[in-house]
Design a protein around this ligand. Structure first.
Ligand code: HEM
Ligand SMILES: [Cu+2]
Length: 566
């Protein structure tokens, strides 16, 4: 590399044939053309660069498909009531959006594409440790995706990407295929992780010690650990769901002696670590970009490298923060909440080190750096709101609202996708031998940033005001009586106070008031916490009375909006 400095003049022979390289410096081997350019040679290749590129094309296709589904969701929510589809179709569309984006796109995204391409190059190895297994992983991914999408022919899925029981046991048969597809794709993820770990352990060139490894590889290494340890759990969970549906064995179905909440434990035991499968590679990309475009070695190399591993390990201990409202014991909720806060520390270490690197360096605002700055801004919002929903009291209100939707889009899209875009721009010349147009690159980076915030920032506000996620915005018939509604209160109320505490979206109108003041249960007097909770319905009742006496268009608008959300 040292010979190719900028003082060396580009010779006249540098041309398209030499790929723009000065004569004599053209790479001996051009993986895009050799050994052949036929489709068959691509399909049977064991070259990590080609496999990385094939993954890139596949995950991009999945991203585009998921994006179209997202547009359908937004379009449907454009007006109250049916805009382009009914409630059942809507459930299907947002579910498919989630499944495609999570399992087909974001889990394999950076590690399988950029990771495959760069890992051997960065450690000075010829290829990954098991090239054939690498190709097999690609096909397993493809087969899994096809099985999952076959579910569309069998009624599709309307469970949400989380497949929660007991509903997923009762609903259409598409669940079977989606579950099986996720199971199969899991193997692809495990084998890729295995391949990367062995490659990093065994194939580093002499001199490439652990402490000299590029930060991207540390993050890929940490990701691989999570892939290997966590992915089997989702596989087993999907198999159990499959067996439960087909053979009625009674694992999740209470009628058969099973426990539906058990499913949530299994699911999140994978899916929380999986969010680190999604974000750790992004951290790695950002570390590379920050170093290069600040023209400065990333500050605190060791801390940044080891924080990836710390996040990967701690990530296994926080799954219960998705279940604060599931009726799990208050003790476990407190513990899960505490460990969730702890994860903020290694994440913060990275953020501060990146900022310090920029501060000490000299920032060069090229397209990849614009994406890196977007990442810093968006991921920080995502992380901080993660801590907010990790706080027990706040999450009782925010769970299953648009606030959570905003949170995870800030980390997944604002984090992982933005980092991937930055990385693709950065390594594009290496991967293709061509340079992109810098102006178009910068404009796109800006548009992504603005468009993303316009779409998702507002969801924090909607969510904190109580708008439920996954809700079809349609006028629905009003339930007959308030008392029936009370019975439908989600379990968190009972869990906290031993009594229903009222709905999260109180219907404040005259009828509520006419029902008379709610009664405090006798034990409330002895229990200060429950007194506070129990007073809430009373305050609502008083407020309803005030509104009742103040007629006007404002009240009517509130009422219809309120009803629309139900
Ligand atoms: C910085 C640390 C983070 C913390 C403290 C955190 C915390 C949380 C908590 C407590 C929830 C549950 C909220 C609820 O359902 O009421 C949640 C949901 C979620 N988070 Fe995070 N999070 C963090 C980072 C991430 C990252 C990096 C990703 C993905 C790249 C992610 C993806 C998700 C997803 C997908 C959900 C919602 C799952 C669902 O219900 O569909 N989070 N997060
Ligand atoms: Cu989580």
């Amino acid at each position: 590399m040292a010979t190719l400095t900028k003082t060396q003049p580009r010779t006249a022979t540098a041309s398209r044939e030499t790929g723009g390289y000065p004569d004599g410096h053209a790479p001996v081997h051009n993986y895009l053309r050799e050994p052949a350019r036929t489709i068959w040679s691509w399909m049977t290749t064991v070259d990590h660069k080609r496999i990385g590129l094939m993954y890139l094309v596949s995950v991009s296709a999945a991203f585009a498909a998921g994006g179209i589904l997202a547009l359908l969701v937004r379009l449907e929510l454009f007006t109250v009531g049916e805009t382009i589809m009914g409630p059942d179709a809507y459930n299907q569309v947002f579910t498919l959006h989630g499944i495609v984006m999570v399992f087909l796109f974001i889990v394999p995204s950076i590690p399988a594409s950029l990771g495959n391409f760069l890992l051997p190059i960065m450690i000075g190895a010829k290829d990954v440790a098991f090239p054939k297994l690498n190709l097999a992983s690609f096909y397993i991914y493809g087969i899994g995706a096809i099985i999952a999408l076959t579910g569309l022919l069998f009624g599709g899925v309307d469970t949400g990407w989380t497949f929660y029981t007991p509903y997923s046991k009762e609903t259409v048969d598409g669940v079977l295929f989606m579950g099986l597809g996720v199971f199969v794709m899991g193997f692809s993820s495990i084998l890729t992780g295995l391949n990367f770990i062995v490659t990093i352990h065994k194939m580093r060139a002499p001199g490439m010690t652990w402490n000299r490894m590029p930060l991207f590889l540390w993050s890929i290494y940490a990701t691989s650990i999570v892939q290997i340890l966590a992915t089997p759990v989702i596989g087993i969970t999907m198999v159990l769901l499959f067996l439960e549906r087909v053979l009625q064995i009674g694992i999740f179905d209470p009628a058969l002696g099973g426990d539906p909440v058990l499913f949530q434990h299994f699911f999140w035991f994978y899916s929380h670590p999986a969010v680190y499968i999604m974000i750790l590679p992004a951290f790695g990309v950002i570390s590379e970009l920050m170093g290069t475009f600040s023209r400065q070695r990333v500050y605190g190399y060791r801390a940044v490298a080891l924080s990836s591993v710390a996040i990967a390990l701690l990530g296994f201990l926080v799954w219960g923060h998705h279940m604060f409202t599931s009726g799990q014991s208050p003790v476990s909720s407190v513990i899960f909440s505490l460990i969730t806060f702890l994860i903020g520390i290694p994440s913060g270490i990275k953020i501060f080190n990146w900022v310090w690197t920029m501060y000490k360096g000299s920032v060069w605002l090229q397209t990849p750096m614009l994406y890196a700055l977007s990442f810093l801004f968006l991921f920080t919002i995502g992380g901080v709101t993660g801590i907010m929903v990790g706080a027990l009291a706040a999450d009782i209100h925010l769970h299953d609202t648009y606030f959570v939707v905003a949170h995870f889009h800030y980390v997944m899209m604002g984090g992982t996708v933005v980092a991937m875009l930055g990385g693709l721009h950065y390594w594009w010349p290496k991967m293709t031998g061509r340079l992109y147009n810098e102006t178009i690159g910068k404009v796109s980076a800006l548009l992504v940033f603005l468009g993303f915030n316009m779409t998702f920032l507002i969801q924090f506000i909607m969510g904190s005001q109580g708008m439920p996620r996954r809700g079809f915005l349609g006028p629905r018939p009003r339930p007959p009586a308030r008392s029936v509604q009370r019975d439908l209160v989600p379990p968190q109320g009972q869990a906290l106070a031993g009594q229903p505490v009222g709905r999260r979206h109180p219907g404040v109108d005259a009828r509520d008031h006419a029902a008379g003041p709610p009664q405090l249960p006798p034990h409330a007097a002895r229990h200060p916490r429950s007194v506070r909770l129990q007073r809430r319905p009373l305050r609502r009742w008083r407020r309803a009375g005030r509104r009742h006496r103040r007629p006007g268009p404002g009240r009517d608008r509130r009422r219809s909006a309120d009803r629309a959300l139900r």
